[in-house]
Write a protein that binds this ligand. Structure first.
Ligand SMILES: Cc1cc2nc3c(=O)[nH]c(=O)nc-3n(C[C@H](O)[C@H](O)[C@H](O)COP(=O)(O)OP(=O)(O)OC[C@H]3O[C@@H](n4cnc5c(N)ncnc54)[C@H](O)[C@@H]3O)c2cc1C
Length: 488
């Protein structure tokens, strides 16, 4: 059977084509194995599954029709943005129909007076700032992947970024959402971007729900006025403990930098070997990239305080960016840090733990021990100011057993974070990668409470099943055990 050149015997593919139509220029549906291969994983490449098909809707009505079709025909489905997620959230574990949002990529409106913009979910993060910067505005959440990740994906993952220390993560910048629920019904939450709506905080619930409660089709975001001034410094430390102590001391001194980033020796080796080297000394143990912004008149004083803190923590050298070009080079060096690991290792996985800042030296020491125990190098590139660590476990997947070792080492890094009162993800989400690690921070009862919320929205569990929580089977068992105990 074929429909207008669609060579598929799958009746579901033929029915989905009826919804999205046949586009002679850009395919509106992919269903051949060779096309589907590009969608078998996201930025978490250790698990791969082929989707049933990939559909490219152009508007909310098409998304709703696809979802309704999947709901009525018991077809698993999930949304995908740019596929840069690092925890496997967009991997079609159950042969899902992938609903790709990349053709819904319009900037729908900008309201400078009320400081908000409305975008479609496939709109790329950095494009928003680029579209409004000539008027002196920007969009604050700045994941290092911002040149390609979508704002829909950012909402799903509650993405963070270097400047989230001062400005908050995605959830702090979302004013309204249009969502297609897993049964195909369309709802609007946070109507017209008016804050503090009565009722439950569905905006908060949906943001960070990792694509398990609905598919976001329109987003109202907060936009900010550019700060009047910015100053950026690099500080080099011979000892990682001194760099970590400087981070705590800067915040304890009452300074809230816009960004406070740290890279360790292995990370420096990677970024200096990759596309944007800036000449960091290779024999130091830590570099801090510190940025302050705000009213220009107050910045010198903040920088002087930061210099004093660095000096009192045995800094080897500290220097301020002398031009916007130099600042941009430093940020490119930092922001391409994950990819730079490719210059020193065939493979890596990136972890995403959060700890109280004061525990930095202790946890970095433990990560170092894990590296030695597993004979795997671990680089650390992270948002030090908010205690959001990114241990990058370097390995070679061609060596039998090394991928498993890397996963185990990564899991132990997260355990080290949980053990000091931290948690297992700051911004990359749980996906499939950290499902079991959810047990480091939640009891079974707490996990059940959350899966029951998912059940309310996603009653058939067709939308992105198997993500975010440990096996529902186990939770149901525990739930039954609790019920049985209560009945005694
Ligand atoms: C080099 C690199 C650097 C990174 N740096 C950062 C960083 O600094 N900070 C950070 O937070 N993250 C970072 N990430 C991770 C990633 O870019 C973010 O998680 C991003 O938000 C994912 O967006 P995406 O469009 O790629 O989403 P995808 O990977 O396509 O999807 C991610 C999840 O969102 C769901 N989803 C996508 N679109 C929708 C939608 N419209 N409605 C509902 N659910 C949806 C998917 O089902 C999936 O579960 C980085 C990734 C890379 C590769």
């Amino acid at each position: 059977m074929s429909k207008k050149g669609i060579q598929s015997k799958d009746p579901h593919v033929l029915n989905l084509v009826k919804i999205v139509g046949v586009d002679p220029v850009r395919k509106s549906i992919l269903y051949k194995k060779e096309d589907l291969l590009a969608y078998d994983c996201d930025g978490f490449t250790l698990r791969k599954h082929l989707p049933r098909a990939v559909v490219f809707p152009k508007n909310t009505a098409e998304v709703a029709a696809i979802v309704t079709y999947c709901h009525e025909n018991d077809l698993p489905f999930l949304a995908r943005g740019a596929g840069t997620g690092l925890s496997g959230g967009a991997i079609p574990l159950n042969g899902e129909v992938i609903i790709s949002m990349v053709r819904m990529k319009k900037l729908l409106s900008v309201d400078f007076e009320n400081r908000r913009a409305v975008v479609e979910p496939g709109f790329v993060n950095l494009k928003l700032t680029n579209s409004i910067s000539d008027k002196g505005y920007y969009y604050a959440p700045d994941p290092s992947s911002q040149y390609c990740c979508t704002i829909g994906g950012n909402v799903a993952e509650n993405a963070g970024g270097a400047h989230c220390l001062k400005y908050g993560v995605t959830t702090n910048h979302i004013l309204g959402l249009e969502v297609v629920l897993p049964n195909g019904k369309v709802i609007e939450i946070g109507k017209d971007g008016v804050p503090d709506q009565p009722g439950y905080d569905l905006l908060g619930l949906l943001t960070g729900s990792e694509g398990t409660l609905g598919i976001v089709t329109k987003i109202t975001v907060r936009i900010l006025k550019n700060p009047e001034g910015k100053q950026t410094v690099l500080a080099y430390f011979d000892k990682v403990a001194d760099g970590s102590k400087a981070v705590s001391d800067i915040i304890s001194a009452g300074i809230v930098p816009a960004a406070l980033e740290m890279m360790d020796k292995t990370a420096i080796e990677g970024v200096e070997a990759a596309a944007f080297p800036v000449g960091h000394p290779k024999d130091i143990e830590a570099v801090l990239l510190i940025e302050v912004d705000g009213i220009a008149a107050g910045l010198d004083e903040q920088i002087n305080q930061i210099l004093a803190v660095c000096n009192s923590n045995n800094v080897r050298e500290v220097k301020a960016a002398q031009s916007e070009q130099e600042r941009a080079k430093w940020w490119a060096n930092r922001k391409t840090g994950f990819g730079a690991m490719g210059a020193i290792s065939p493979d890596y996985i990136v972890q995403d733990g959060v700890i109280p800042r004061s525990k930095l030296p202790e946890v970095l020491k433990r990560i170092n021990e894990i590296s030695e125990e597993f004979s795997l190098r671990i680089a650390n590139i992270f948002h030090a100011g908010d205690g959001n660590l990114h241990p990058l476990v370097l390995f070679d997947a061609r060596i039998p057993g090394e991928s498993e070792k890397a996963l185990e080492a990564g899991s132990l890094c997260l355990k080290a974070c949980a053990d000091v009162g931290g948690t297992i993800t700051g911004e990359h989400g749980v996906g499939i990668e950290k499902r079991e690690e959810m047990r480091f921070v939640f009891t079974d009862e707490e996990i059940i409470a959350q899966t029951e919320i998912r059940q309310v929205f996603n009653s058939k569990n067709l939308l992105n099943a198997g993500k975010l929580f440990p096996s529902p089977g186990r939770c149901v068992e525990v739930k039954n055990e609790i019920a049985a105990a209560a009945a005694k």
